[in-house]
Design a protein around this ligand. Structure first.
Ligand code: FES
Ligand SMILES: [Fe+2]
Length: 442
């Protein structure tokens, strides 16, 4: 991967981060994760500006399908209209405000507000209201549901923006599109969200979850139980090392951590845990990928894990299975996580079962990883109460060498983008490696 430029040794000027590339030190002020003022400013500088994930195409496959969600505090629902068009509405009645859509998901030809029974069609127009004669002529036509300013999708992932001036989604996604492609192309017939949502609250700042997804350094120490379990069952891919592709900046604050997986992957990396009888089937999937995409790309799809962050708060963890994970900030010290399993549409029977087992064992709500991670994040947030006596969190790892998969180049990139947006500065271009020049005597 090519570095494009090396900016000034320090990205100084931000009150949130200490980015000292001369000394090879990068620190984040913990106020970024405790301060209510920072939380408020984030709403305006980040969440009112960026594109934000809403949901997946497969959740609204048929005309009339809808999904209701809160996105950064705002009630919304996404509907595929009877005309086939997808629209995202603020979930509030133009009459007096009640939520028009009261179910999490479903299929409807019209939506009737439960308060006074105003009824809307799937394109948001007001169809009927009780005692229409009580209003002046033409009044009804002014009472449509309001759509969010921007809505668009890429490869089945629907995003919204509250920013009327938001640049096109395609441009916003920038280098992240390559990684979304690497995920989606694993499927022969497209991807789908499996039924069910993992939803949980974590008593920690939402950015800690982003950091955690990008943090290859914690895998072995924190998730020891998982690796011991895999080993006890005779699983685990041998010969895997932790030096892989590593972290990469993808523009617009999007980042990824990619490397060779130290575990089996349901798409096409066989492991003992999947059972001996699955070898042929997995080999056949792999052969199809090689046919379609060539050896190199197929291997990257099958053998590598990738934790992708779409700035600011969408994570796609393509690891032991694929998780689409969305973090909703609720307060400086509280987040809500929603996660879904993504799978190729053509997967059924044993093949789907392998994926679901793999998903639940590691990243499911009762899996080996998620409870460890939640415990760690909540513990960090408790530790942050020592701020400002203990002011900084350190993210310097790997600044002074060519980054490996357990280094933090991608975490720094995320924080640099976050700080730039908070300060109203342009996001700095990708940093040249090593970030701190290595003295000749090393
Ligand atoms: S608030 Fe919806 S009909 Fe009155
Ligand atoms: Fe983890």
């Amino acid at each position: 991967m090519t570095a494009r430029s090396n900016e000034a040794a320090s990205d100084g000027g931000s009150r949130y981060i200490d980015d000292d590339r001369e000394r090879g030190v990068f620190r984040v002020d913990r106020a970024t994760m405790t301060s209510p003022e920072v939380f408020e400013l984030e709403q305006r500088q980040i969440f009112d500006e960026c594109w934000l994930y809403f949901g997946h195409d497969s959740e609204i496959a048929k005309p009339g399908d809808y999904v209701r969600r809160i996105v950064v505090g705002r009630p919304l629902f996404l509907v595929r209209g009877s005309d086939g068009s997808v629209r995202c509405f603020y979930n509030t009645c133009p009459h007096r405000g009640a939520e028009v859509c009261r179910e999490e998901r479903g299929n409807a030809k019209r939506f009737t507000c439960f308060y006074h029974a105003w009824t809307f069609d799937t394109s948001g127009s007001l169809l009927t209201m009780p005692d229409e004669e009580g209003y002046g002529e033409g009044f009804k036509e002014t009472c449509s549901l309001t759509t969010v300013p921007k809505l668009d999708s890429y490869r089945g992932f629907w995003f919204i923006s509250f920013n009327h001036r938001a640049e096109p989604l395609h441009d916003y996604l920038d280098g992240a599109k390559e990684y979304l492609d690497l995920v989606v192309d694993q499927a022969e017939e497209g991807m789908r969200i499996l039924p069910g949502t993992n939803e949980y609250a974590v008593k920690a700042n939402w950015k800690l979850m982003v950091e955690n997804s990008l943090d290859g350094y914690h895998g072995l120490p924190l998730h020891q139980t998982y690796f011991a379990y895999v080993k006890s069952l005779g699983g685990g891919i041998s010969g895997t090392n932790l030096v892989g592709e590593g972290g990469r900046e993808l523009g617009h604050g999007h980042v990824v951590l990619e490397g060779e997986a130290p575990y089996g992957r349901p798409i096409a990396r066989w492991d003992h845990l999947f059972g001996e009888d699955s070898q042929d089937e997995i080999a056949a999937i792999r052969a199809r990928l090689v046919d379609a995409y060539g050896e190199d790309r197929a291997s990257r799809m099958a053998d590598n894990f990738r934790n992708l962050i779409i700035f600011p708060n969408l994570m796609i963890n393509d690891i032991t299975a694929i998780t689409v994970r969305y973090v909703e900030p609720l307060a400086a010290n509280l987040m809500r996580v929603r996660a879904w399993a993504l799978a190729p549409r053509e997967e059924t029977g044993q093949r789907l079962q392998r994926r679901i087992d793999s998903y639940l064992t590691f990243i499911g709500p009762g899996g080996f990883a998620s409870p460890d991670d939640v415990e760690a994040l909540e513990s960090c947030q408790v530790g942050f109460r020592a701020h400002p006596n203990v002011q900084w969190s350190d993210i310097s790892r790997g600044m002074t060498r060519m980054p490996t998969v357990i280094d933090e180049v991608q975490v720094r990139a995320y924080w640099r983008a976050w700080a730039a947006r908070m300060d109203g500065r342009p996001i700095p271009p990708p940093v040249e490696w090593p970030e701190t020049p290595i003295p000749a005597h090393r």
